[in-house]
Every structure is written in C-alpha cells, then in structure tokens.
Write a protein that binds this ligand. Structure first.
Ligand SMILES: Nc1ncnc2c1ncn2[C@@H]1O[C@H](COP(=O)(O)OP(=O)(O)OP(=O)(O)O)[C@@H](O)[C@H]1O
Length: 229
C-alpha cells in the first residue's frame, strides 16, 4: 500500500504538484489521469521514490518513507519495485535476454538468473524467441513490451507504469492491459499513468492529478461523472 498525503513538487521554478493525496492499494490497478502536463508522470515518479517531494508525506506498507535517503530508496527499488517508464530504460547495445534479466544481474554483463522464467516473460509480452536479438533493433512498441517483460521477470510487488500502451497496436494493447490486470489479481499494487480510455476503464481506481486532492482515488463504479483524460 502506498499512501501520499498532500504532496507538492516544484521543478525548477514551476510548481507541478499541489498537495496530491492518493492511496494505491495491493490487488488494485490505480490510474493516474488528467490532461497532458497536469503532472501524472511527476506524481508516478514521486510515488516510486524517483523524485523527491517538497511538501507532504508518504508511506509505503505503513512505513514512513518521506525522508528516505539514497540507500533506503535503492533498497526499496531493489526489493519491491518494478518500473516501466516512458524511455523504457532499455540498453540498446545489449541483447533482449540481458535486458529482461538486467535488474537481477545489475552488476554483471551477462544473462544470469532463471532462463526459463526469462523466456516465459518474453512469451507473455509477444517477444517469444527474440532473446538473442540486439535490443536496439527493436521497434518502439517492442521496446515497450521488453520493458514490461523485465517487470514480469522481476516479480515485484509494486509496479510503476508510465503510458504503457502509447506505442502499441490494438492487439498488443489488449494483451498488455490484461497482463496488468493479472498482476493486480495476484495481489500486486499497480500504478499507471495513462491517457488510454481502455486502460483507464480496466483500472479499479482512478486519481485525477490536479483535481482530486482531497477525494483521493475512487472505485471504478464512481468514475462516470469524473471524466477521463
Ligand atoms: N525535468 C523537468 N524540468 C522542467 N519542467 C518539468 C520537468 N519535468 C516535468 N516538468 C513539467 O511539469 C509538468 C508536468 O509534467 P508531467 O510529465 O508530469 O505531466 P503529464 O501529466 O505526465 O504529461 P503527459 O500526459 O503529456 O505525459 C509539465 O508542465 C512539465 O513541463
């Protein structure tokens, strides 16, 4: 469970988040929604401890993480978190297989870990049999699915996802949405910044960045009058 209370962030001289309060619970997909530039990515980064907050407080699984130092944040990323971010974090000069197992073999330059599980993660994202290809040769959508395969492989309890369907065709989009739904059903916390109406509809809760500062997230059935992005 991630809880953020009244968090505010200024980047440079620009105030971006103004007292966001949001709760993301295990077993649920929470969508961060709102118009372009409202701060969805910024909020996602704050919740994942990638970006420091200026005001407010945050807890993860009941633990106050507001003042976490670098070592504590690293431990959180290592033990609990998987990220599928907009730049995908793919190492172009490495193989697909290396990229999937990257977080498990962070200090090595070779594929370590469970090869069968790596292949299964690739199969789940439609990249079966591509493990020996150079990641840099994949298309944008394929890189996005590769980032997702890495998150599946990592088996993390909290997933932070930024615009996961942006570069995907309808068939792969559906597949990816179903994969996140499966993640949540397994009891994981899934937090997704998205504009995609189909993705938003599949989420259990949604938080409108910049507007819902007191209401926090809400059940899917209450979304009808709240608008999408
Ligand atoms: N590193 C940065 N330097 C300066 N301004 C930034 C930086 N990162 C974000 N911003 C600003 O913060 C605001 C929110 O950006 P953010 O990417 O969080 O929005 P978003 O809702 O995710 O947008 P989109 O839907 O277009 O991806 C924008 O006005 C953006 O210009």
């Amino acid at each position: 469970m991630i809880e953020a209370h009244g968090i505010s962030v200024t980047i440079g001289s620009r105030p971006v988040l103004h007292g966001e309060t949001v709760r993301c619970t295990p077993g649920k997909m929470t969508a961060l929604v709102g118009p372009s530039g409202c701060g969805k990515t910024t909020l996602l980064h704050c919740l994942g401890l990638l970006l420091p907050i200026d005001r407010g407080s945050m807890s993860i699984n009941g633990k106050n993480v507001t003042g976490y130092n670098t070592a504590e944040r690293r431990r959180f990323w290592r033990d609990y978190a998987a990220f599928v971010l907009q730049d995908y974090g793919i190492m172009d000069e490495e193989s697909v297989a290396f990229n999937v197992t990257l977080q498990a073999s962070l200090f090595g330059r070779r594929v370590t870990g469970d090869l069968e599980r790596m292949r299964q993660a690739l199969a789940k994202t439609g990249l079966k049999g591509r493990e020996n290809e150079l990641a840099g040769r994949l298309s944008g959508g394929e890189k996005q699915r590769l980032a997702l395969a890495r998150a599946i492989y990592k088996d993390a309890s909290i997933l932070f996802v930024d615009e996961p369907t942006a570069s995907l065709d309808p068939a792969n989009r559906r597949k990816v949405i179903d994969l996140f739904a499966d993640f949540a059903k397994q009891g994981r916390t899934v937090i997704i910044s998205t504009h995609d109406a189909e993705m938003i509809d599949a989420c259990d809760r949604k938080h409108r960045v910049g507007l819902d500062n007191s209401a926090t997230d809400m059940p899917k059935s209450d979304q009808t009058n709240q608008g999408g992005s």
